[in-house]
Design a binder for this molecule. Structure first.
Ligand code: HAM
Length: 427
């Protein structure tokens, strides 16, 4: 049997690749509009980076990280998320000294050895932003607004923002104590892992998928987070800013984030119709991470969206997905006889030099099957070159979308096609 892609990984082909490109380009373009510059980091990192940031007691580190020792005995991990790498790069390249406040955009594959299911993959793809160097609640507002702007431009409607605050580190210590007291009675029934988590990092008991632990952890319908005055005021400012930006949110939902670095604002964007894996994007503040990774003390906030889930959510609300519609593009040059392939190739090449997507057949197929191929390839125009055309030094140009036809002289051909084609090979 031929080899197959690993479980939880997928190949992207044909139309699917085009849909991905639309999301990737949209995310990049809009992030730039908000002043975020792209940064690319390696797919592999020293595993300790994630242990120190995402947190040793999280599911991501304990169960899901692809981790291996290289030949030199180094402990390496495939990145399970982007934030830690971005902060590492920010510090490594001294951006805290040169840029201070930095607004960074990233996009690429992430890896988690989770059990694959609908919307959950082992290699998945995120785009995201990190704004490093400010504690202003307005940056939280900007990041959430940007996150929703991209989703909207991708054709996603009806997504809901869950918004909460986890408070500062002092608040989290107080909250952890209160949570321990609340869970104390049920503690003997918690699984072995949660017994350890109870002492080390009680918030992680809230993530446990074991039904008994889940029931005990979530029995009380009270938020596990208490806020000091400064954090409550910060959260109020975020909510006020979002209202001013006309961004709706739901701050009544109780939820936790499965990564340890968060402080203050956290949010998740949930889409309808995705079942259990309905978070298309998520993020929040992490005001201590830069310092914990060896830098100065500075606030930071960001988000990441899962491209697979964004596309699934857009599919679900297909009616609103006009930007994802598959438009015809480019030109197919068909030749009436194989002897004209050379002549045809010259025109195709001229079009390509002008940035026009142009294709043709080199195998001497019949004109009929070339026309069929042009339609299958979703070309907008077909240019037909036959003996009669060569004699007249003109080409027949058919618009497959409009159904119209005209004859264009050799000299005017490239300009005419470039003008007529609305969709150039930009993507
Ligand atoms: P996260 O919630 O782990 O946060 O992931 C963000 C998004 O990535 C999720 O909402 C989901 O759309 C997608 N995602 C995560 N795991 C999978 C998976 N196994 N399969 C498919 N999609 C997945 C983070 O990664 C943080 N770094 C976000 C952040 C940025 N916080 C601050 N800045």
């Amino acid at each position: 049997m031929p080899l197959q892609a690993l479980r939880g990984t997928t190949d992207l082909l044909g139309e699917e690749v085009k849909r991905w490109s639309v999301v990737e380009h949209t995310a990049h373009r809009i992030a730039q509009v908000y002043g975020y510059q792209e940064l690319r980091t390696p797919l592999i990192e020293d595993a300790s980076l994630f242990l120190r940031s995402v947190g040793e007691t999280t599911d991501i580190i304990q169960k899901e990280m692809f981790r291996f020792e290289d030949r030199g005995g180094h402990d390496i991990a495939l990145r399970p998320e982007g934030t830690a790498s971005v902060v590492r790069a920010y510090l490594e390249h001294n951006l805290h000294k040169t840029d201070g406040f930095a607004k960074l955009f990233y996009l690429g594959p992430m890896f988690r050895a989770e059990r694959p299911q609908a919307g959950r993959f082992r290699q998945f793809h995120q785009y995201g932003v990190e704004a490093i160097g400010s504690e202003s609640p307005w940056v939280d507002v900007e990041v959430i607004t940007l996150c929703l702007h991209i989703l909207r431009e991708c054709g996603l409607t009806g997504a809901v923002v869950w918004l909460s605050s986890m408070g500062c580190r002092n608040d989290q210590q107080r909250s952890a104590q209160l949570l321990r007291e609340r869970l104390m009675k049920g503690k003997p029934k918690l699984c072995k892992e949660c017994q350890a988590r109870f002492e080390k990092n009680v918030f992680r008991v809230l993530d446990c998928k074991n039904p008994t632990c889940h029931e005990i952890a979530w029995r009380s319908k009270v938020s596990p987070f208490v806020l000091c005055e400064a954090c409550a005021a910060h959260f109020d400012e975020v909510r006020r800013g979002l209202r001013e930006a006309s961004v709706s949110f739901d701050d009544t939902k109780i939820f936790t984030r499965g990564l340890d670095y968060y402080t203050r604002t956290v949010f998740e964007v949930r889409a309808t119709g995705l079942g259990a894996q309905d978070a298309v994007a998520a993020g929040g503040r992490y005001d201590h991470l830069v310092e914990e990774l060896g830098g100065p003390s500075m606030g930071a906030v960001g988000f990441a969206a899962g491209i697979e889930r964004v596309l699934m959510a857009v599919d679900h609300g297909r009616a609103e997905a006009a930007p994802m519609a598959n438009r015809r593009r480019g030109v197919y040059l068909a030749v009436a006889t194989p002897s004209l392939i050379g002549e045809g190739f010259r025109f195709v090449q001229q079009l390509r030099e002008h940035g026009v997507c142009a294709v043709m057949d080199y195998d001497g197929k019949s004109l009929k099957s070339q026309l069929r191929e042009a339609d299958k390839a979703n070309c907008q125009l077909v240019a037909i070159l036959g003996e009669a055309e060569v004699k007249q030094r003109a080409i027949t140009l058919k618009d497959l979308e409009q159904g119209s036809q005209e004859t264009v002289s050799f000299d005017a051909f490239v300009d005419e096609v470039s003008r007529e084609l609305k969709t150039l090979c930009q993507r």
